[in-house]
Design a protein around this ligand. Structure first.
Ligand code: ZN
Ligand code: MN
Length: 149
C-alpha cells in the first residue's frame, strides 16, 4: 500500500530505534531491517533469512529471530501468529489492523478498511468494553491465485 519513500522512512525509524537501544547497526542488521520493510508480503523469519543468506552467507536464523523479537518488544513490528503456518511479521504497520490472507500462496496484504474505526466505536459503546487491540483476518484466494484456477 505504501510507496518506496515511505518504506525508506520506515527503515530510518527502525534503525534509529535500535540505535537508541544501544544496538550497533551492523551491515547484517541493516540488511534484515531493509528486507523486512521492503517486503510487502509480511515475511516469516525463514523467508527473510533465506533471502538474506544469498548476500550474507554468515547470517544465522537466530540473528533474524533476535532482531524481529527486539523490534517487537520496541512495539515497531507486529507478529502474526498462526497455528498451521509460520508466523509472519509486519514491519510497516505496528498497530492492530486487518489482513487478507491467501490460503493457497500465503500472501498477506493490508486492506484499507475505513469502516473499522466506526465498528470498534460501536462495539465499545454497545458493550462498555475497553477494546485495546484486535486481530481481524480474512481468509480466501488472492487475485493471482484466482487467475491460475
Ligand atoms: Zn494467493
Ligand atoms: Mn499488515
Amino acid at each position: 500500500m505504501s510507496d518506496r519513500r515511505e518504506r525508506l522512512a520506515r527503515l530510518d525509524r527502525l534503525m534509529g530505534r535500535l540505535k537508541e537501544h544501544g544496538l550497533r547497526m551492523t551491515p547484517q542488521r541493516a540488511a534484515i531491517l531493509r528486507a523486512l520493510v521492503m517486503d510487502p508480503n509480511h515475511p516469516s523469519v525463514e523467508t527473510l533469512h533465506r533471502r538474506l543468506v544469498a548476500d550474507y552467507p554468515n547470517m544465522s536464523l537466530a540473528t533474524v529471530y533476535k532482531t524481529m523479537n527486539l523490534l517487537k518488544e520496541l512495539g515497531e513490528v507486529r507478529e502474526l501468529e498462526f497455528s498451521s503456518r509460520d508466523n509472519r511479521f509486519d514491519g510497516f504497520i505496528p498497530q492492530p489492523h486487518p489482513h487478507l490472507i491467501c490460503t493457497r500462496c500465503g500472501r498477506i496484504i493490508d486492506p484499507d478498511v475505513p469502516e473499522l474505526k466506526d465498528l470498534i466505536e460501536n462495539l465499545v459503546h454497545a458493550t462498555g468494553f475497553d477494546v485495546q487491540s484486535h486481530r481481524l483476518d480474512f481468509y480466501g484466494l488472492c487475485p493471482s491465485c484466482l487467475k491460475k484456477d
